[in-house]
Write a protein of this length. Sequence first.
Length: 289
Amino acid sequence: MTASAPSPARDAFAHCEALARAHYENFPVASLVLPARIRPYVAAIYAFARTADDYADEGERTPGERLALLDAWESKLHGAYEGDATDPIFIAIMATVEETGIPKQLLLDLLHAFRMDVNVQRYRTFEDVLGYCRYSANPVGRLVLHLFGQSRAETTAPSDAICTGLQLANFYQDYAVDLGRGRCYVPLDEMARFGYTEVQNPGASQDGRFRELMAFQVERAREFLRGGSSILGLVPGRLKLELSLTVRGGLAILDRIADINYDVRRTRPRLRKRHKARILIDAVLQRPI
């Protein structure tokens, strides 16, 4: 954000950063890694997505009410791109667009994913899951590349792989939470392949099958994250560190899932302070992934 930004924009960016700090436990760490000039834009994008995600997930609203809120949010987005905004989040988005030119389609893709959260409860195949990640996760990486001036063909593919791998890791970490909301991101055909069928009320007799199923999911997510790590040789400085932290963080989540013998139905694995410290040290020292 330029030093000469008008007060409404400064206040709007401050609002978004406060929202990010309140809702996302990793944001303060990430904000220290990101260059100061980029932090407000990242906060604006996060506030936009976080609020829309809450519309899709939080509270006791009906599906119709959730979709109506998302439609209204999209209308405000179009307004911001046309230079018309009154909501602090969209004042910040409008300023971000003016100063960085972030593509509107990437933000529309995120809204598409939130609508899928309302409308889709199960995914038949892994290709269907990847279709969701294409809207829910990959746009985030592409927005970051754009803000850093590193958006080009050779960086987009590995960025997509990292974002998809991290999204998959988050799916498995939040398996029980999502199931409580009526959603499951483990493909139905793969459940059947591993002989695991009791989605809502798993029985003890199927514990072994579930662990084998999840071990398969976790290993595939590792392949996405490690495959995407090739981007670290293509980008400079702060972005390289940010992406290294992202890859290592995703892999650490997958490690925690393995540590609990893959039983994410009963335990939600979390990264402790010691895990985060190790991630940061390894990234700063550029240790092999």
